[in-house]
Ligand binder design. Structure first.
Ligand SMILES: Nc1ncnc2c1ncn2[C@@H]1O[C@H](COP(=O)(O)OP(=O)(O)OP(=O)(O)O)[C@@H](O)[C@H]1O
Ligand SMILES: [Mg+2]
Length: 464
């Protein structure tokens, strides 16, 4: 049985105490009484109360002091004050000082019960809210990069290594491959993690504004600059600036950025004072910057300054093995976010998505899953629920094809190849046996514990 909510009642009038006590006990609360303010404060030391009901006028210390004590030491415990007739100002004052509500005496018992219930519900909601918020923040902070394919494994290794340094990183890759998420991961794994991560999309802001966004401006620097303003580089001091879509930056700003990267100093727009900051620069683009350099659209010297550590994010079609993990991740995430009961996806639909070529990469996959979560009624999403263009194969051809293995001119990466093959066969066996590990292990000629160990190591879960 659930514990009864514990309530403290403080009043110096035995009659009031008794009737309120009886009624609240009858309502299923666990009641402790205090016949003066001091007793109330002492009681709080020994037990933790869900709620306090206190008279305002007591001989030793007043209810107002009891209230102050609880507000200071137990801010999550709602306090309801009981006040004599004609002292409404005091009641209002109590509310101002943090009481949840007030009730006038003589006490109307129904009203007391109702107010107590409401206060407790309010407290529960508040607690849930706090828990949810911290859960969301935590999720956001650890916003995980999903994927166990060899390219992703390599990427994690690089992220870990570069996170420890202050080097400038240039992240390139097609749209929607997760460049921003990677920049995030680098920042949050670095020793700047507790300092700001300041992203700015260089492609989305007009040139004149971008300059003042980045470097800030002095008062009167241009029409409309009524006040001085600090730019993103200053705001990010000791942290990381993420220059997204750097390929879109105008030549003029490229010069200014280059100078800043060389000197780590700059002047605000319209200013002559030198500002020095300590920021780490991460940049990203889906443009082929080398080609832009060759075509004189991007400064070569800036390119080299940024490209100290290049990170290339592979498109999703080159890591089809990650598709099922991403599907599961987004199904979970979006069902949770929308408060929808959990949904699965049929093997045929998963296979079909694995073969699609994903021009919009992970973002396209995320969007399609989000839509499917909303639009599909049944618990399992079927092949025919997918957008037509993604229905790349019929259920009968759901068997993944085997890529021809050849020892080409340049040789092969045997470990990677075998690793991928192993992943695929394990997932196949699990799919074919509906996730029954005993049977899947048998199909693979492994014993169950070996299979489970491998699944753990490769982070393969079932259902996918
Ligand atoms: N490996 C991944 N695991 C989980 N989610 C991912 C992954 N890669 C991308 N995403 C998600 O896909 C969406 C697009 O990612 P992101 O914005 O980082 O891509 P991008 O490369 O910056 O794209 P663009 O070039 O269009 O700006 C985001 O919602 C992100 O959370
Ligand atoms: Mg981006």
């Amino acid at each position: 049985m659930a514990l009864k909510p514990k309530i403290l009642i403080a009043d110096d009038e035995p009659v009031t105490l008794e009737v309120v006590l009886e009624r609240l006990q009858a309502e299923g609360y666990d009641i402790e009484v205090a016949s003066c303010g001091k007793e109330a404060i002492a009681a709080a030391k020994n037990s933790s109360f869900k709620l306090v009901l206190t008279d305002l006028f007591m001989p030793d210390i007043t209810g107002m002091e009891v209230l102050a004590h609880f507000v200071e030491h137990y801010p999550d415990t709602p306090v309801i004050v009981l006040t004599g007739f004609g002292t409404i100002e005091t009641a209002v004052e109590a509310i101002k000082r943090g009481a949840y509500d007030y009730l006038s005496k003589p006490a109307n018992l129904d009203e007391i019960v109702l107010t107590v219930k409401r206060a407790l519900e309010h407290k529960d909601l508040k607690e849930q809210n706090v828990a949810l918020r911290s859960q969301i923040q935590e999720q956001h902070r650890l916003e995980k990069l999903i994927g166990q394919s060899t390219p992703m494994q390599q990427l994690y290794g690089i992220i870990k290594r570069v996170a420890r340094t202050d080097s400038t990183v240039l992240i390139t890759g097609e749209s929607g491959t997760g460049k921003e998420l990677i920049a995030n991961a680098i920042h949050f794994q670095s020793n700047r993690a507790d300092m700001p991560f300041v992203p700015i999309n260089c492609g989305a802001i007009p040139e004149e504004l971008l300059e003042s966004e980045l470097f800030g401006h002095e008062k009167g620097a241009f029409t409309g600059a009524f006040k001085e303003r600090r730019g993103r580089f200053e705001l990010a001091n000791k942290g990381t600036v993420f220059l997204d879509e750097i390929g879109e930056m105008s030549p003029k700003l490229q010069v200014k950025l280059l100078r800043f990267l060389q000197e780590t100093k700059f002047q605000r727009v319209g200013g002559s004072r030198t500002v020095e900051v300590d920021v780490r620069i991460l940049a990203a683009t889906n443009k082929d910057l080398e080609r832009a350099v060759a075509g004189n659209e991007f400064r070569e010297d800036l390119f080299y300054r940024l490209n100290v550590i290049p990170i290339q994010v592979p498109p999703l079609r080159e890591r089809a093995g990650d598709v099922s993990l991403l599907i599961r991740h987004f199904l979970n995430q979006h069902c949770l976010k929308k408060n929808i009961p959990h949904k699965r996806m049929s093997n045929a639909a998963v296979e079909s998505l694995k073969q699609y070529d994903w021009p919009g990469n992970v973002r396209e996959l995320e969007n399609v899953i989000e839509r499917l979560v909303i639009l599909t009624d049944s618990e399992e999403i079927q092949l025919h629920d997918l957008p037509k263009r993604m229905q790349t194969c019929e259920p009968v051809c759901a068997e993944p094809e085997t890529a021809p293995i050849e020892l080409g001119e340049d040789g092969i990466n045997l470990k990677e190849l075998l690793d991928n093959l192993e992943n695929r066969l394990i997932v196949d066996a699990l799919q074919r046996t509906g996730g029954v590990k005993n049977k899947a292990a048998k199909l693979l000629g492994l014993n169950r514990t070996t299979l489970i160990e491998k699944m753990k190591k490769k982070q393969i879960d079932f259902p996918l």
